[in-house]
Write a protein that binds this ligand. Structure first.
Ligand SMILES: [Zn+2]
Ligand SMILES: [Zn+2]
Length: 819
């Protein structure tokens, strides 16, 4: 060993490792490193550690010489080292630490979120017979159920408890098993559950050369010839071609004619972008100007955040592609974030066309194994671009040069359960930590991002025109107070005209199902979900009343269950009913529908869009799924059936959301030669979100909305943290909420009284969801540091007082990232 190597080893030979455990616990823990691991253990690996009588997966986050004072004697040993090389490099660890700190979320859980699923080993209970148990079985005086169970355990050796219960459903119960353990007949211990995602291997035959083999049968000759032609072939392929070849292969191998090796294969993603050629367009003068700005930033190797505000159809994608080409040429890597991968097939196939196999696809629609393989391609530096929805922000690149966030305003970038991160905000942080370029692009930037640009924190780049100077569509607003029925005369006329001219139309309605809810006009009864505080939506096709938040489903009764009235009536229209109505209005036309109900199958999104693309569909009805960046030149008319759905949502961003949706959906019209036309139907024709969308006037909207935010002290002028308690028991949840309020007020009085307001506790906008009762309290303040202090302190104190009550506490930091 060289001197240097020796020193490195010595440096690594630490005694103690600090571990973040993949459980909801804020503390990290220290363990002793056993002698056998001292040379191999490194920061960023998975370890198996004992924890409260179980064994759990943890992540090594530091190696130290001695533990923090006062806990030396309690230290336990690491039980297993699960990786040969680190999964997490120091850069990623720094990123994870930042996330843990900002979102007040345990580090181990943050790391778990960032890694592909299936890497967590879990412990499980395992059964085995004791000597007494075995004797009892031999003596044969057990009751039938016990005998069956014992026989099975005896046969299998160590048997997982869950598997045993599954083998004899309804017979041996968990209680019985524990009773037998008490009697000393069974051992129940904690073991490690397998099922970890691992690399996939295949066996490959390599042809080595011609060496005469005596006694060749006809089949041997055939196989040998086939192998010689191919030189290298997988065993599966061979087995598909020839029947039971293994004996022959063995003889070939023995004679040195072939060798068989094991090779890792990549499970290719089941959701693949379509292969299509896109001519590489010459940049327009606007694009060129923007690209030269971006280029300077890329060459500078410094953190450079840009907000690209470009109207729909102005060519943002080409800017992303060229910027990435430049980054790649410098030997660096790129992350591309898109709001929802299955809804953006076009952008995907454009990337595939430009960069070929140099892409990893990271998103939750892939199978676990596929996702793991894609992630490993990034980890090993086999690809330079990762593209995906939220989770792609965790792509473990080491030389990150650029992050692109397309449609940066999209609410789907916010993760809504567990770690409630905002992907765009994480992109800002990661780009900053990596000294990378950041491109946020949108036709309707979020208020926060545009505010940041105004304040000079992001550089603003503008693409004011559509490619080819195509005009933006003409938008008309129709006041539905003066109309009857679902569709105004104007919309009907426009649809009819498009059908005659063989053009295509989109109809946007942001509500699926047939009727929004069912009402009894005699007594006012509505059907509500027993698990959630919402009404049930009527679906005609599968004759059901459904809850759109949990999976509750019932058959609609004929009469009112309350007053026996027979006049039950559907109120509020969904896409299913709209589709039916369109079919009745325009018989003989091809009508398609795209919403959650029609896209449950894996490739259904693509199929629906394909039909639109090849001209099969005349009218496509859909929810916000049709709003995303599709580009169909023959779509010349877009109708918004009701602009009011999102306007009344109980959230201070609902106005912004409405403006964004309307502008984006209108942007789908007239991407080809013909000027597009858009009609917006609404009961609020004078609302500024609707009027500004009509004029494609983002700046005008921004100016009005930002005044409103300022006046009410909403973000970006203040910071918000939402605290929520959620529990199965109504009384206990309410009590926990009161306790939360009490601690909150106490904290304000004690030390943080300046500049923080607490609103609530009160029941959450949906006070019951999936069977759980929900209360919330909002903290609002200018100083994020202070808000964080309060949040931490509150979390600490509340967690103690609600321990064991079955009520959970969670913290949601509002996405208002300001550097
Ligand atoms: Zn009734
Ligand atoms: Zn429900």
């Amino acid at each position: 060993m060289t001197n240097r190597g020796k020193n490195d080893t010595l440096k690594r030979m630490k005694q103690i490792v600090e571990v973040a455990i993949g459980l909801p616990i804020f503390k990290t823990f220290h363990y002793l490193i056993p002698e056998r691991m001292k040379e191999s253990i490194q920061v960023g690996m998975r370890v198996l550690v004992p924890f409260k009588g179980r064994r759990v997966t943890g992540f090594t986050i530091d190696l130290v010489d001695r533990p923090p004072e006062g806990i030396e004697e309690k230290l336990k040993e690491v039980e297993g080292l699960l990786d040969e090389a680190p999964l997490i490099d120091p850069q990623m660890l720094r990123f994870y630490r930042w996330i843990s700190d900002y979102y007040i979320y345990p580090l181990g859980e943050v790391i778990k979120t960032g890694l592909p699923p299936g890497l967590q080993l879990k412990s499980e209970r395992v059964l085995s017979l004791t000597q007494d148990g075995r004797n009892a079985l031999l003596q044969g005086n057990l009751d039938p159920v016990q005998e069956k169970a014992f026989r099975e355990i005896d046969r299998c050796g160590k048997t997982p408890l869950k598997r045993l219960l599954k083998t004899f459903p309804g017979e041996a119960s968990r209680l019985q098993l524990f009773a037998w353990e008490k009697k000393g007949l069974l051992n129940i211990e904690t073991g490690i559950k397998t099922g970890e995602i691992k690399p996939k291997f295949e066996r490959v035959i390599q042809y080595q050369g011609r060496q005469p083999l005596k006694l060749q049968s006809k089949k041997q000759k055939e196989i040998l010839k086939w192998l010689e032609e191919r030189r290298e072939v997988s065993c599966t392929e061979l087995a598909n071609r020839f029947k039971s070849p293994s004996k022959i292969l063995q003889s070939f191998q023995a004679a040195g004619l072939i060798s068989i090796i094991k090779r890792e294969i990549c499970r290719s993603p089941s959701v693949q972008p379509e292969l299509k050629a896109y001519p590489k367009p010459e940049p327009t003068p606007d694009q060129r100007a923007i690209l030269s700005e971006i280029s300077k930033a890329i060459q500078s190797n410094r953190f450079s955040p840009f907000l690209i505000h470009g109207v729909t159809g102005s060519g943002k994608t080409e800017i992303y592609l060229r910027a990435i080409e430049e980054v790649l040429a410098l030997g660096k890597e790129a992350i591309v974030l898109v709001p929802e991968i299955s809804l953006t097939p076009q952008i995907l196939s454009r990337f595939k066309d430009r960069f070929g196999g140099n892409l990893a696809l990271l998103h939750s629609r892939l199978g676990k194994g596929e996702r793991y393989d894609q992630w490993r391609k990034v980890l090993r530096g086999e690809v330079s671009i990762a593209i995906g929805a939220r989770s792609a922000i965790f792509a473990p690149f080491k030389k990150l040069g650029i992050i692109v966030v397309d449609e940066e305003h999209e609410p789907s970038y916010k993760q809504e359960d567990k770690l409630k991160y905002h992907t765009r905000d994480l992109a800002v942080v990661r780009a900053k930590q990596a000294d990378a370029t950041l491109l946020l692009g949108s036709a309707t930037p979020s208020l926060e991002s545009y505010y940041n640009a105004e304040k000079g924190k992001f550089r603003l780049l503008t693409l004011p025109e559509r490619i080819g100077g195509r005009p933006l569509p003409l938008v008309e607003v129709v006041d539905m107070k003066e109309q009857e029925g679902l569709l105004s005369e104007k919309v009907k006329v426009a649809l009819q005209k498009n059908i005659e001219e063989k053009k295509q139309s989109l109809l946007f309605l942001n509500r699926r199902g047939f009727a929004h809810f069912i009402l009894c006009p005699d007594c006012g009864f509505t059907f509500k979900c027993p698990n959630c505080s919402v009404t049930l939506t009527h679906h005609l096709k599968d004759r059901s009343l459904q809850c759109h938040y949990c999976d509750y489903k019932i058959e609609p009764p004929g009469d009112c269950p309350k007053c026996r009235g027979y006049r039950l009536r559907g109120i509020g229209v969904g896409t299913e009913r709209l589709e039916q109505e369109i079919r009745a209005l325009f018989p003989g036309t091809e009508v398609g529908r795209m919403d959650r109900d029609t896209t449950t199958r894996k490739r259904s999104h693509q199929q629906i869009l394909k039909k639109l693309e090849n001209g099969h569909t005349d009218i496509l009805v859909g929810t916000q799924m049709i709003v995303k960046g599709h580009d169909f030149p023959n779509v010349t008319f877009v109708g918004v059936v009701s602009a009011d759905t999102s306007l009344h949502f109980p959230d201070f961003r609902s106005t912004e959301r409405t403006f964004q949706l309307l502008t984006q959906v209108a942007g789908r019209a007239g991407r080809g030669e013909t000027v597009g036309k858009v009609i917006i139907q609404t009961f609020n024709p004078d609302h500024y979100s609707i009027l500004r969308a009509k004029d494609h006037d983002f700046i005008g909207f921004y100016k009005e909305e930002i005044q409103f935010r300022d006046a009410l002290d909403y973000p970006p002028f203040s910071r918000l943290i939402n605290f929520r308690v959620v529990g199965n028991n109504e009384k206990r949840t309410k009590k926990a909420a009161e306790e939360m309020g009490r601690i909150g007020q106490l904290l304000l009085k004690q030390s943080y009284q300046k500049g923080i307001d607490l609103l609530g506790p009160s029941t959450a906008p949906f006070s019951k969801m999936k069977g759980k009762f929900r209360w919330q309290m909002l903290a609002k303040g200018k100083s994020f540091r202070l808000l964080h202090q309060v949040a931490r302190e509150l979390a600490n104190r509340l967690e103690d007082s609600i321990k064991g009550t079955g009520v959970n506490f969670d913290i949601d930091v509002d996405p208002v990232f300001i550097l």
